[in-house]
Write a protein that binds this ligand. Structure first.
Ligand code: ADE
Ligand code: ZN
Length: 325
């Protein structure tokens, strides 16, 4: 059963472009752009990826992103992910990226979106993939900064399909961003938010009730609140779960065999499987599927349900979805 799991077509709905930068590409870009790294040995870099929690990971992620300087860099990063995702039978990829990080590093948004758009066009043409971009606000920078980001990115509206919310969760509840999300909704964007990864179930409620998200990214901690679980199940609210990420960051038990995914499915939640930041957490979406198929009590039908959920929960056009489901 596990051998052909990776042959099953899926959609990847929760992957951060910035978290797909493999150590080899990190070193290549550092050399290309004359950026100093603590070491240029990919193995040493890889071995140093061990994280006590979300913040420790984020600090490392943002430090590494200083190597991204030019339109070509953004193209190469997106292109590498898309080629790898294609090998994992990903038919549809909805990719997060963090405009504020790159603007803060002095990179014009035109360079970011230009590099991404050309990589996406090539993957559509050469690999036949369906792909969309979802820019994300960094919640610790607050709502005013998020509004400033919308000022910068909305003139490029045709390049993306939604708005997301990422980064340090605890202490930055979703309701603070109600106006930002209302503005994104009136621009016709789909709405998603990271909630209940490290933050409490209340943040998931706020994402749903105040921000009106269409998917919850992670949402693991919803399981602490049976009423919330019932509501999410009734709403058929998709949760984009990232098993290897949860283990790597300790946002679920550190043993994958104790991950709540089977319990989430048994509770009627619409769960999808995703890689989050595959260059940091030990694998791409196929690695995630393989890992859960061997560590968790999921039969072929459950795995097929996860893959099907990924298509139904995607923001692809209904006609396109029909070709996958
Ligand atoms: N940015 C990249 N990966 C993230 C995660 N797992 N949670 C919050 N922000 C992120
Ligand atoms: Zn994420």
């Amino acid at each position: 059963m596990t051998a052909n799991v990776i042959d099953w077509p899926t959609a990847e709905l929760h992957v951060h472009l910035e978290g797909t930068m493999e150590v080899e590409l990190l070193v290549e870009l550092a050399r290309r752009n004359g950026v100093v790294l603590p070491t240029y040995d990919p193995d040493v870099l890889r071995e140093s990826y061990a994280f006590a929690d979300l913040q420790e990971f984020l600090d490392r992620l943002y430090a590494n992103l200083g190597v991204l300087r030019t339109e070509q860099d953004f193209h190469d990063l997106a292109s590498a992910y898309l080629r790898r995702a294609h090998r994992a039978s990903v038919r549809r990829a909805e990719m997060f990226f963090d405009p504020q990080t790159h603007l803060g590093n002095g990179i014009p948004f035109e360079a970011v979106i230009g590099g991404l758009a050309s990589a996406l066009d090539e993957a559509r043409r050469d690999l036949g993939m369906s792909i969309a971009l979802i820019p994300c606000l960094l919640r610790e920078r607050g709502a005013d900064a998020a509004m400033d980001m919308l000022d910068v990115i909305l003139p490029f509206r045709e390049h993306f399909v939604g708005l997301g919310m990422v980064s340090t969760e605890v202490g930055h509840p979703p309701h603070l961003f109600a106006e930002v999300y209302a503005r994104a909704a009136s621009a016709g964007l789909h709405l998603v938010a990271h909630a209940g990864e490290e933050g409490p179930p209340e943040y998931v409620r706020e994402a749903v009730d105040v921000l009106h998200v269409e998917r919850v990214d992670h949402g693991n901690r919803s399981m602490e609140d049976p009423d919330l679980v019932r509501r999410l199940a009734e709403l058929r609210m998709p949760l984009t779960v990232c098993p290897l990420s949860n283990v790597a960051l300790g946002t679920a038990p550190r043993e994958l065999s104790r991950h709540p995914l089977p319990a989430m499915m048994a509770a009627g939640l619409v769960v999808t499987v995703n890689s989050d930041d595959p260059a940091y957490f030990g694998g791409y979406i196929d690695d995630n599927y393989r890992a859960i198929a061997s560590a968790l009590p999921l039969d072929a039908e459950a795995l097929a349900t996860l893959a099907r959920n990924s298509f139904t929960a995607s923001f692809a056009e209904p006609r396109e979805k029909d070709t996958w489901i």
